[in-house]
Each structure stands twice: as C-alpha cells, then as structure tokens.
Design a protein around this ligand. Sequence first.
Ligand SMILES: Cc1ncc(COP(=O)(O)O)c(C=O)c1O
Length: 401
Amino acid sequence: MLQACPLRLKPTVARWREAMSQSVLREVLALADREGVLSFAIGLPAGEFFPAAELGAAATRLLHADRRALQYGVPSFPLKQQIVELMALRGVSCRPEEIFLTTGAQQGMDLLSRLLVERGSPVILERVVYDGMQMAVKKLAPEILTVPTDPATGIDVDAVEEILEAGADHAFLYLITDGHNPLGVSVSREKRVQLADLARRHHLPIIEDDAYGFLFFEETAPPVRALDAEWILYLGSFSKILAPALRAGWVVVPEPLTAILSALKHSVDLDTPSFTHHVISEYLRSGALSEHLAVVRCEYRRRRDVLCAALSRQLADIARWSQPAGGMFLWLELPSSIDTAAGIATAIERFQVAFSPGRAFSVTGDDHARSCIRLAFANLAPDEIEEGVDRLARYVRWALH
Ligand SMILES: Cc1ncc(COP(=O)(O)O)c(C=O)c1O
C-alpha cells in the first residue's frame, strides 16, 4: 500500500493563497451533491435541454467526412464567421479577424487578465462578482479597487468615474452586463452608454463578460461592445447556450491583440479543443440554435417566475431579492444576523437544501454579503424550486432563532 508522503516540494503559492481561500467553501458545496438535497448552489444549465442528439449527429457527420477534424489545426475560421453572425444578434458588429477562440470564457478571462495586468496598474472590480474572475485576477496579485454594486441596478458607474477621475492608469474594469453572476442584474442602457464613454475618455479597457447575454427573458440593451470596438474586450461562451462540457468560448478584441493572445495561450494550451469547435460549427450550420435558444429562454423564464413567486409566498416579510431579466441567478438578501457561509452545512444536513453563500463572491470579504445567498435556478424543475424554497425558508426561520 502507498504511504502518505509529506510534501517536501514547497510550491510558491503565496500569491494564490487569497484566491484559494474559497476552496473550503467548495468542499462544503460538494456535499450539495448528496442524494435528496435540492441544490441551488452551482450554476449549472438545465441538462435536459442539451442538444445531445444534434451534437452527436454533427460529430458523426464530421468524423465520416474529414479525418482532419481530429488533427492539430488552426482555429476554425467557419466558426469565427458564425460567431460574427451570433454577435450581430446581440447588436454587435465585428469581423472574424477580431474573434479569438478559447476553451471557454474562463480561459478568456485568464488570458485577458494576463495581457492587461502586466502593465502593473490596478484592476477595478465590483465588490460582489463572479468568483472565477476573482481567481483569474488575484493570482496575478495586482492592486484591486472595488466599486459598489446593487442587485437592482448593478455596478455603480459614478464610483467607477470617481476612481478614474483620480488619475493613473487602470489595467481594466470587469463587467457582466447581463444576467450578472451572482446578482442576477442586467445594467441599464444608460449605464452602458456611460461605461463606453468612460472607457473611451480614460483609455480604460473593459472586459465585458456576456456569458449569459443570449439567455434573456426580457428585452435589454445590446452589450457595451456594440458601442465601442476599441476599449471593450468581449467574452462569449457556448457553455450556457449549448453545453459547458464543450469547453468553447470566444473573445472579441481589436485584431492586433489576437496574435498576442495566441502567444499567451500557446504556453498552456497548444490548441483549442478544435474538434469541439468543428462540431459546434456543424451544429450551427444546421440552423438549430435559434429554436434551441427560444426553448431554453422560455423555460428559464418560467423557472425564474416560479422562484420569485415562491420567495414572495415564503420570505417576503424578511428578505429582498433581485428580479433577473436573464441568466441563471437570483441574489437573496436575508436579515443581517444570518451568516450564510456558517449556516450552509446545517442547511444541507438538516434542511436538505443547498445554496451559495454570498461571501463566496465578495472581493474583499465585506460584511454585507455575509447574509446573502446566490440561488442558481436553471437546473431545478419548477416543482423542485417550490420545494427548495420551502426548505430554504425553514432554514432561514431556524437561523433567526
Ligand atoms: C459570469 C461568468 N463568466 C464565465 C463563466 C465561465 O464560462 P465558461 O464555461 O465559458 O468558461 C461563468 C461560469 O459560471 C460565469 O458565471
């Protein structure tokens, strides 16, 4: 039998430590997978809508037609052309030469962060924001400036302006314009215009993450990239509109940056999963995406409505929550005496319900997020959502006593 071996190799993890502190939480959330637990914890798209048959047929066609589909290769130009068409549906005009294919939006975040943080300037983040971006940034150890954000209105653009007016260069601002993770908010058209204007006036790169942009239930304005092609660096993803295991995403950047991104990417990821990209391209050629998106949007809207109605019935007297116009998340603010990170184990063990504690998304670990919860609603059927909120409400009442 193998003996447990003490680790004599000491990796240089100091700069990573802060980003990795969330891993304890991840361990707790692993419990959420247990039989019988209703989990709002992880942002999974609804698996029953994955277009498995169509993707399978596309893969089979490809493998029969062209063995080069399995070979190392240059990034798929046809897919880039199809992404240009997709971007047009978001109101964004761009060229295939401005598209850089990635292994998901997360890789886009990593590449763009490395590209921009090197300059040694501070990064601007909302106080509460997607933990994956925090991990991409914190490992590079830049100075991080935070701005307030709100579940009803999103990023505080005046606070961004104040920081910029104080002078100095900034590496970038990270922005989730639609279906914010974790707040579930979409920012107003007016704020989008202000942000594009700030980016231009202050030469501020904005990494605009549009991972949920195609999953809208209500009309929102086009992404900020529609307003500025120079300073807005756009992240797109097939994870939420097709399936996350495809590991396929893209960035839209000014053309000269694509060569630099390519060099950066080469060191960790010799080729994109190009077979997947060919399969997606084949799938898109069949024209099935628009029908698929219509079905998913309609179902997610229904799940959001069921969730909001259940929260109104169960928690209206003590909580407030966001009204997502798209995406997969809702942010729930509970009475300030509740520490949701401390309570998650009990919620799972005793009440059989799981959620993501707000603190997992807090950039500075500040107090407000302590009593908040992110509810991921896309991957639960409507009756499970109702039952889940019932259990959640019982946990909350228990936590208050
Ligand atoms: C805001 C946001 N951006 C990006 C990602 C990651 O996307 P991908 O699967 O394309 O890497 C996620 C995943 O949850 C996310 O919530």
